[in-house]
Design a protein around this ligand. Structure first.
Ligand SMILES: *Cc1c(COP(=O)(O)O)cnc(C)c1O
Length: 404
């Protein structure tokens, strides 16, 4: 039921054209099939569909709009298949339930998304899944962390908020030597910047809530992998556990993906301009952005991300004490008249946030220092407004601060 397309199409085209076949009405924009159940033509077909899981029966198993979303994302990631989930975290839950059991071991980067760390260490620690944490950037730590019972390595690159980059190809080699799989959270980079499967990863995990939608409207998630992993490991979990992607959310993100390429390039251009500008501001002590030559993994990032730095930049305001640094950061946040104070990213609207008291607020000060997220760090998820308007808004707060 996939729409027939000529071979050899490029990602920009696949993002717009990949979908299931249109209905008998020949609609040009993909239909939103807002239905939970599907009328069966006869009892034998119904029995066969229920037995095989093929064909449409009930929306917890599949829905045509969700199928279009899955086909389009798989095409962009260069994957054989993809499977939708209710959110990015729902996708990770599906991956854990599909691949791991008590006694299995997982290696994660210490700098991963906070909820990801909690889901593995806290929630699945209760069920006997063991987790080790490694440096984002030191490949030797990953190699040393692998054990005979290691089943999965899971990385995220670049990380939130300090944009640390890990070497996907090197981690894939470590995983495969150990007979384990490598999964990569590609929410920050998107397939426009990096396609982890082409670098050796086995699974790509997405939060569609971020750049894929791109306008901060709905929650969505997905896993991209081989047809075998999707059919045998992941689809049965969604069908029984129910972290299913809603057809409406799938439709919103499906249409969002059509503009992913132009949006990502514009996000990256805006973010680079602002990162360079921030580096020139006397009040700013340090800027974290993979597109800057000052970034410790700049060369790796440019190689791995197609020469683009991404849509997130962090910067640090120095203070004599953590309290003083926090006061400076709060002053900049509260002086903004344009930027949004929120905790999302990948939106057309620029979002400013203070990681130490929000996304990383549950860590102790010592843990935060260990991962470099001081009280003076501000994260910008740069949107598509004019970059000079974003700079002018930041200046409202920076202007009153002493130099670093
Ligand atoms: C937001 C995010 C997630 C979780 O996705 P949700 O859709 O919010 O569940 C996972 N990883 C990264 C890198 C994210 O930014």
């Amino acid at each position: 039921m996939t729409k027939k397309l000529p071979p050899g199409l490029r990602p920009e085209t696949l993002a717009i054209r990949t979908a299931i076949e249109p209905s008998q009405y020949g609609e040009n924009s993909e239909t939103l099939y807002l239905t939970t159940s599907f009328v069966q033509p006869d009892a034998a077909t119904s029995a066969e569909r229920f037995a095989s899981g093929q064909g449409y029966t009930y929306a917890r198993t599949s829905n045509p709009t969700v199928t279009s979303f899955e086909q389009r994302l798989a095409a962009l990631e260069g994957a054989e298949a993809a499977i939708g989930a209710s959110s990015g975290m729902g996708a990770i839950l599906m991956m854990i339930m599909g691949l791991l059991k008590a006694g299995d071991h997982v290696v994660l980067s210490r700098s991963m998304f906070g909820s990801t760390l909690n889901l593995f260490a806290k929630e699945f620690g209760k069920f006997g899944v063991e987790t080790s944490f490694c440096s984002q950037t030191d490949v030797d730590e990953w190699r040393a962390a692998v054990r005979p019972n290691t089943k999965l390595l899971f990385a995220e690159t670049p990380t939130n908020p300090l944009t640390e980059v890990c070497d996907i190809a090197a981690l894939a080699e470590i995983a495969h030597k150990a007979g384990a799989l490598l999964a990569v959270d590609n929410a920050f980079a998107t397939p426009i910047l990096q396609r982890p499967l082409s670098l050796g990863a086995d699974i790509v995990m997405h939060s569609g809530t971020k750049f894929l939608d791109g306008q901060g409207r709905v929650m969505a998630g997905a896993l991209c992998a081989s047809q075998q992993l999707v059919t045998e490991k992941f689809a049965p979990v969604v069908r029984t556990a129910g972290m299913v992607l809603s057809p409406f959310n799938a439709w919103v993100v499906l249409k969002g993906m059509e503009t992913l390429g132009v949006r990502m390039r514009a996000h990256c251009a805006n973010t680079l301009a602002i990162a360079l500008w921030l580096e020139a501001q006397p009040q700013v002590a340090r800027v974290y952005y993979p597109g800057l030559p000052s970034h410790p993994q700049h060369a790796l990032a440019m190689r791995q991300q197609g020469g683009l730095g991404g849509g997130v930049v962090a910067f640090e305001l120095a203070g004599d004490t953590p309290e003083a640094a926090r006061a400076k950061a709060f002053h900049v946040l509260d002086s903004c008249e344009l930027l949004t104070l929120a905790t999302n990213l990948g939106d057309t609207k620029t979002i400013i946030s203070h990681p130490a008291t929000t996304s990383h607020g549950r860590l102790t000060e010592v843990q935060r220092q260990a991962c470099g997220i001081s009280q003076g760090v501000i994260r910008l998820a740069v949107g598509l407004e004019h970059p000079e308007d974003i700079q002018d808004d930041l200046l409202r707060g920076l202007r009153g601060l002493t130099s670093a």
